[in-house]
Ligand binder design. Structure first.
Ligand SMILES: [Zn+2]
Length: 231
């Protein structure tokens, strides 16, 4: 089931009261239109009836797509620095919903689900795109690490991240994007050969892969934040 709850908020521009339906969970198998809205960058758009100002509610919901084998906890971008605690909460929630502590029928669904935690809209959209294009999200994150070594002027900073936004037969299209505002500040086109070279060298990349998959937040930014999870 997809669940929404009425949410009252104050217009950031004119301070009028706005009521909107805030999402708590998305079932993409039953509501593929909600997945489409995420892919088109309009899910949870809000507009003020008084002044017309438009903005977007930050994600704070669980996403299930059993058909594509995805379960994602989508969190607000501002919470990324707390990813270790949130990883534990999310792992716990998944265990109760579809994992070891769930009813047998739910566990049967859960075995086919990849569990992920994302922060902000660009990240969750990227996870859906990667699955749609039959890519490996861990390899995509390793490719980003590889790109950072090749791009000395990379604008990597807290709140600015590199996200895959599209693919062609020969190229992968990334953007540098400000997570909260979703403003694109640069583009990077990458030949698919760079992705393939990483995918075809699993042993060389095994230590990095192990760090990326030590919790549901599979994102190269975790390698830059604090000391990370103790081994
Ligand atoms: Zn307003």
């Amino acid at each position: 089931m997809s669940l929404f709850q009425p949410l009252n908020l104050i217009c950031p521009k004119c301070e009028a009261l706005i009521t909107m339906e805030a999402v708590g969970s998305v079932n993409a198998d039953r509501r593929p239109d909600l997945r489409d809205d995420i892919m088109s960058d309009h899910f949870q758009d809000a507009s003020c009836g008084a002044c017309g100002f438009t903005f977007r509610l930050q994600p704070n919901f669980n996403y299930l797509d059993a058909g594509r084998g995805q379960w994602i906890a989508g969190m607000p971008s501002a919470r990324m620095p707390d990813y270790l605690e949130i990883e534990d909460e999310v792992s716990d929630l998944f265990a109760t919903s579809y994992g070891s502590r769930a009813p047998a029928a739910a566990q049967a669904v859960g075995t086919a689900l990849a569990v992920r935690l994302t922060f902000g809209w660009p990240a969750i959209r990227e996870k859906l795109l990667i699955r749609q294009e039959d890519l490996d999200d861990v390899v995509v994150e390793m490719l980003k690490l590889d790109l950072l070594r090749r791009l000395p002027e990379a604008p990597l900073a807290p709140g600015t991240e590199l996200r895959l936004i599209g693919t062609t037969e020969t190229m992968l299209s990334f953007v540098w994007v400000e997570t909260a505002s979703e403003e694109v500040v640069g583009e990077v086109l990458v030949p698919r050969g760079l992705y393939d070279a990483i995918a075809e060298a699993p042993e060389a990349w095994a230590p990095i892969r192990a760090q990326l998959v030590n919790g549901p937040f599979v994102d190269m930014q975790k390698l830059y934040m604090g000391e990370g999870r103790a081994a």
